[in-house]
Design a protein around this ligand. Structure first.
Ligand code: GAL
Length: 826
């Protein structure tokens, strides 16, 4: 029997100045990690002298990072719909002027990028200092040699992202955070700590903090390294120190014991902080803070995934990195909100498909209690798109993979390293060699977590021995194969690394229920039966497969949020040509998720909630505005986690149905047992003649009402309603308030097919960050001061300035009653 026991804990190079900020920490007085996001100059285009210190950049646009030039648009069919129909390729330059005081002349000075899209090349004062082609990986470059003290310095960054470098929207620009690091000659370098917990019990946790110390002074020095561990309240709960002789670099293991540790868990994600202080000759030269958690992870062939000894079924989502209308420019609050919405659906796991994540998403998962599979690559040597990672693979894969692990291995949320998604080497007889090589790199950097791959070419990876090379076998779209794989391979542990891929558009219902791949509206019906790519299947099929095979660790649905690009089932499958994906233009973003691009739940969100949550809930669909269908039968579906549901139309009961017994009826010619939702036991349905009024569902457990939901036929649109997700945000120039905009009738009912244009005015200490409506076919700008509603809803995102005060948001729309709300910033 195969059991992986990975007892570890984690850190991450911290960060939290305040809850919503992801700036690097202020170190001691002599050492500094400077937020380097402000006051950059930017221009698109090619500049022969762009790296030169004398280059005239006075006409360039001034902006703050993170920045994604592609999200600014415009959408155009000259760009590929596969990558969002936005300008993700081209050439762009960023320059920043800065000065450093002479007193820093003996310091080590470097610049750290959390990621730049794509093919970054960096110069300081005209001197080339380094490059990093993979846009998803963080990198640090030493600037010390070329810094001019008390004078103007110029950092220049050239980015040359290519068309079809990914199968989704990548964004373009310096889209993650940047820091300038000023260190003493002796300091803890980048990714300098690795926290593990070799022993964890209720009574105590043994903690090992492997700490690197770099010495650029050319003198062997005696260094005092002291490490304190603080609990969530800030009390020091353990400390230890060691004296070390450091030549160029030394590694020291600091061992500590935390008594009665509070474990990091999905229900109580407790974090600790380790503060490593480096002292030379009585002077503190570095102070390095690391967040970590104490927990155990185990993967057991029979019991599945165990967190702190308890079995946890992985109710996971795959997610790309974009933040919908906000594009790729990283924002902690945007990431945190995405994961909170996922958690409300019952999600407890994330797969960062198909690339290294931002530090912000892992911080959000650490704090929320969501476990993560961190994925490195979508391609190895064999490419999937014209300009994919395969071009850099030979030269960069080892550095990229090692850096990813070194950066992320301290996060308690991270439970597995994925070395690839649907890599084409699966089909090669010698593909196992590369798999083994990558697997070994992971274990070399971190022996506390297992490796995995999302395989899709059944049965090639088993025949070609790739599956044997990784610790845990991810299966993309193979629910019917879990059992046979487990039976044929007595040592394997499996899970659904990618599941369902069903598609839908929020609030869209095509009647009668359709089962075709495409619809002339380029939308997809939210009855959520079989409409999607050929490999897609309804969520119900996976629920059933997971229930029948409890040895599977769980599933990761494709995807949690709709994302920009890949508008399947519209577009095409040809990856190498530019035009083919635009056949169904303006379809330009994905339909896959239970939540739309703005984060508004589709009906499918409630289907997952009905399986993945326990707080009583019931949901009913479709909407109840079918003016031209009076008397016609309308299929009504209900999703619940209770036992029975009763449907009422205008107070008249259409009877109770019991979950698991009274089944959804779908015309038999469409039944597809393997892939479809044939007689799904996870949904309840009625056919009811339409009459305007009230549609109500009541859910019962043991005969007692536990939840109810009512929707009404809405009258004509009469007013705009604004609902902010947070009315108090930080005045840090970064924090966001997401405002839901509803088109309502005179009685406050949502108008479910309204598409009114809403205009926004923002006054006070905030700016418009984005607008959106979740319509996958809209070509309107995400940065306009207006937005049409899509099926009754649109969204406005406002960002704080750095001054505390009030943001007043006013929404107006022709013939509708306007609304104003205020958001405080502090
Ligand atoms: C998978 C692939 C994903 C996405 C998905 C769409 O095969 O791994 O990246 O393309 O299909 O269904």
């Amino acid at each position: 029997m195969k059991i992986f026991k990975w007892i570890c804990s984690t850190i991450f190079l911290v960060v939290a100045v305040s809850f919503f900020s992801c700036d690097a920490p202020k170190k001691s007085t002599s050492i500094e990690d400077r937020n380097f996001n402000k006051d950059w100059l930017f221009s698109k285009g090619s500049f022969d002298e762009g790296a030169s210190i004398d280059f005239d950049d006075s006409g360039w646009r001034k902006l703050n990072l993170p920045h994604d030039w592609a999200i600014e648009g415009p959408f155009d069919s000259i760009y590929n719909a596969r990558t969002g129909g936005l300008p993700v390729h081209g050439e762009g330059w960023y320059r920043k002027h800065f000065s450093i005081a002479k007193e820093n002349k003996d310091k080590q000075i470097s610049i750290e990028f959390d990621g730049a899209m794509n093919e970054a090349k960096v110069w300081l004062n005209g001197h080339y200092v380094g490059e990093r082609p993979y846009g998803y990986i963080g990198f640090e470059l030493d600037l010390t040699k070329h810094i001019k003290f008390d004078e103007d310095n110029v950092i220049a960054v050239q980015l040359t992202p290519k068309d079809l470098a990914a199968r989704w929207y990548s964004g373009a620009g310096i889209y993650r955070n940047v820091r300038l690091k000023i260190n003493e000659a002796i300091h803890i370098p980048q990714y300098g700590t690795f926290v593990t917990t070799p022993e964890v019990s209720k009574e105590k946790a043994l903690i090992n903090i492997e700490t690197k110390i770099a010495n650029f002074s050319r003198i062997v020095s005696e260094v005092l390294l002291k490490t304190e561990v603080k609990n969530a309240k800030g009390d020091v709960v353990a400390e230890n120190s060691s004296t070390i002789k450091v030549d160029k670099e030394s590694t020291e293991n600091i061992k500590l014991t935390v008594n009665t540790p509070e474990l990091w868990d999905i229900t109580s994600p407790t974090l600790y902080e380790a503060i490593s202080t480096v002292t030379v000759d009585g002077n503190v030269v570095d102070r390095y803070t690391t967040n970590f958690g104490i927990r155990t992870i185990e993967f057991d062939r029979n019991k599945g995934f165990l967190l702190n000894g308890n079995s946890v079924e992985l109710n996971g989502v795959c997610m790309h990195h974009d933040q919908g209308p906000l594009g790729a420019a990283i924002n902690f609050r945007a990431k945190q909100r995405q994961m909170q919405i996922m958690q409300s659906m019952g999600v407890n796991a994330l797969r960062t498909s198909h690339n290294p994540p931002s530090p912000e998403i892992l911080k959000a998962c650490d704090e929320l209690g969501i476990v993560v599979i961190v994925e490195a690559f979508d391609e190895w040597k064999i490419g999937k798109v014209k300009n994919g990672y395969n071009k850099y693979f030979d030269e960069w894969h080892e550095t990229d993979l090692r850096d990813m692990i070194k950066r992320d291995r301290n996060h308690p949320s991270v439970i597995m390293w994925s070395i690839g998604n649907e890599i084409l080497e699966q089909a090669k007889a010698d593909g196992w060699k590369l798999t083994k090589h990558l697997n070994d790199i992971c274990h070399d950097e971190d022996n506390t977590r297992p490796t995995t791959i999302g395989f899709n070419h059944f049965p090639a990876p088993f025949i070609n021995k790739l599956a044997e090379q990784v610790d845990i076998v991810g299966m993309n779209y193979w629910p019917e194969q879990y059992k046979s794989i487990l039976e044929k391979n007595p040592d394997m542990i499996v899970y659904g690394s990618e599941t369902s891929s069903l598609t839908s558009s929020r609030g869209v219902y095509h009647l009668p229920i359709e089962f075709t791949q495409k619809h002339e509206t380029t939308h997809v019906s939210s009855y959520d039966v079989i409409v999607g790519p050929p490999w897609a299947y309804a969520p119900d099929v996976e629920f059933d497969a997971q229930a029948k095979e409890p040895r599977s660790l769980g599933e990761f649905i494709w995807t949690g949020f709709d994302y920009l690009g890949e508008p399947t089932p519209y577009g095409g499958r040809d990856n190498s040509t530019n035009g083919y994906w635009n056949d169904d233009w303006p379809a330009r973003s994905s339909y896959f998720a239970p939540v739309d691009l703005c984060g508004f739940p589709k009906d499918r969100y409630y289907l997952y909630q009905s399986q993945w949550t326990t707080k009583p809930m019931v949901h009913v669909l479709p909407h109840w505005n079918w003016e031209d269908k009076e008397g016609e039968k309308i299929p009504v579906f209900a999703y619940t986690n209770a036992e029975e549901v009763e449907l009422f139309v205008n107070g008249k009961s259409y009877g109770k149905k019991a979950k698991g017994k009274d089944l959804t009826e779908i015309p038999s010619e469409y039944h597809d047992f393997e892939r479809g939702m044939y007689k799904s036991k996870y949904r309840l349905s009625w056919d009811v003649p339409y009459q305007p009024g009230t549609l109500k569902v009541v859910a019962y457990k043991k005969g007692k009402e536990v939840a109810a939901k009512e929707i009404k036929t809405a009258g004509a649109p009469a007013k705009v309603k604004l609902i902010a997700d947070r009315t108090l945000i930080n005045a840090d120039g970064n924090d966001l308030s997401f405002v839901t905009v509803r088109i309502e009738d005179a009685d406050g009912n949502i108008c479910p097919v309204a598409d009114n244009l809403v205009n926004f005015n923002i006054e006070g200490e905030g700016i418009l960050a984005a607008v959106g409506n979740g319509d996958q076919t809209s070509l309107a700008s995400f940065q306009a001061h207006n937005r049409k509603a899509f099926n009754g809803l649109c969204m406005l995102v406002v960002k704080s300035t750095e001054k505390a005060g009030e943001i007043t948001i006013t929404a107006t729309s022709d013939k509708l009653k306007p609304e104003s709300i205020t958001v405080q910033t502090k």
